[in-house]
Design a protein around this ligand. Structure first.
Ligand SMILES: CC(C)(COP(=O)(O)OP(=O)(O)OC[C@H]1O[C@@H](n2cnc3c(N)ncnc32)[C@H](O)[C@@H]1OP(=O)(O)O)[C@@H](O)C(=O)NCCC(=O)NCCS
Length: 332
């Protein structure tokens, strides 16, 4: 039952076609017409090699149970294509290894971001891409093919530290990763509204509410990636009372413990100030637990301490910690 990830070959054509046909048959209305619509499947390794990309296959007991390809689209953007796994391979971590192989290949050949199109019906695949730090990016694509395919676009930055503002679709797609980041931070002792251990459902419910609020332009959610992993976030709450139209609150600055001290929080806060200015907000307020890592960050970025409240929030050990309130006026 050992599964082996190897380079895909033209001679794998029958195995690839059978695998794709089986995956498509799991969802209604998909019609695979190889010679009419997907003739490249007859010699797929050649197709990807000629496009400057690569193809992989997973072999298990003599059968092909997984495949994926990648190719450059130009300007550092690469496409992840033909990601299929048979049921025997699911939940084994192989799909993650396959994606990592393609992302590493793209990076090694100058790729700075990865993009993919996935039929709106393939909902299990979407959850998988979202866990791999991809977010929805851009409008739907209509293929006008036999399967009446309508596709979502997913994308993510592949290299270095990158920040993006999440629109409604992106914020929704980011919920699983943002929930993981919130849980990891709370479980590592962060003081951000919740106590450890934080249940996945509670974290998911928080980000679902937050994504809905961002969709209504009541808040801005920024996401940050480190080398292709969605690892940090910060929120600008714009929902202020009528007498504070110039103000916004900063909340949920979170960087996954595995991605700290790479400058992600500083970049998130810099970008947040740009977003605040663009929204016409020039007085920002936030609070943070006394003595936390965020305190020197805010002081170093020009925030002014307004004061501290002793015993403000409960911690995971059952004690109470002081909170410091900070404010910052932005140039207009
Ligand atoms: C606070 C937090 C967001 C910082 O994220 P980060 O990506 O590691 O921060 P950066 O790498 O951008 O650090 C920027 C600066 O902040 C300061 N800083 C960050 N972590 C620090 C730490 N552990 N100790 C002291 N200073 C620290 C430093 O001045 C640092 O600059 P330097 O690395 O050049 O010295 C992260 O530790 C976190 O998520 N903590 C838990 C959640 C939390 O407390 N959020 C704040 C809620 S108000």
């Amino acid at each position: 039952m050992t599964a082996t990830l190897r380079a895909g070959r033209d001679e794998d054509a029958n195995g690839f076609i059978a695998l794709i046909a089986a995956c498509w048959a799991e969802y209604p209305g998909n019609i695979l017409d190889v010679d009419g619509e997907n003739p490249e499947l007859r010699a797929l390794a050649t197709y990807y090699a000629e496009a400057g990309g690569a193809l992989w296959a997973v072999e298990q007991d003599g059968a092909l149970t997984g495949m994926l390809g990648t190719k450059p689209l130009g300007d550092g953007v690469w496409e992840l294509c033909k990601v299929y796994t048979a049921p025997a391979l699911r939940g084994t971590g192989m799909a993650q290894r396959m994606i990592a192989a393609a992302e590493d290949f793209a990076r090694a050949h100058g790729g700075t971001s990865m993009k993919l199109w996935s039929d709106t019906r393939f909902d299990r695949a979407h959850r998988f891409y979202e866990k791999q730090s991809y977010i929805r990016a851009g409008a739907l694509r209509v293929l006008n093919d036999l399967s009446n395919s309508i596709e979502f676009v997913y994308a993510k930055p592949l290299t270095g530290v990158a920040i993006e503002r999440l629109d409604a679709a992106a914020a929704h797609a980011a919920i699983p990763r943002l929930a993981e980041i919130l849980r990891a931070c709370v479980d590592a002792g962060a003081s951000v509204s919740y106590l450890p251990p934080l249940a996945r459902d509670t974290a998911t419910a928080f980000w679902t509410r937050s994504a809905s609020s961002a969709a209504m332009d009541r808040r801005v959610i920024l996401a940050g990636w480190v080398d292709g992993v969605l690892a940090g976030t910060v929120t600008l709450d714009l929902d202020m009372p009528p007498n504070q139209p110039h103000r916004a609150d900063v909340a949920k600055l979170l960087v996954h413990p595995d991605a700290r001290r790479r400058g992600l929080a500083r970049l998130l806060m810099d970008r947040l100030e740009d977003e605040a200015r663009a929204a016409g907000r020039h007085l920002l307020v936030l609070d943070t637990r006394e003595g936390d890592a965020a305190e020197p960050l805010y002081r170093g970025m020009g925030w002014t301490e307004a004061g501290r409240v002793p015993g403000f929030a409960l911690n995971g050990e059952g004690g109470y910690d002081a909170t410091i309130f900070f404010w910052k006026r932005l140039d207009q």
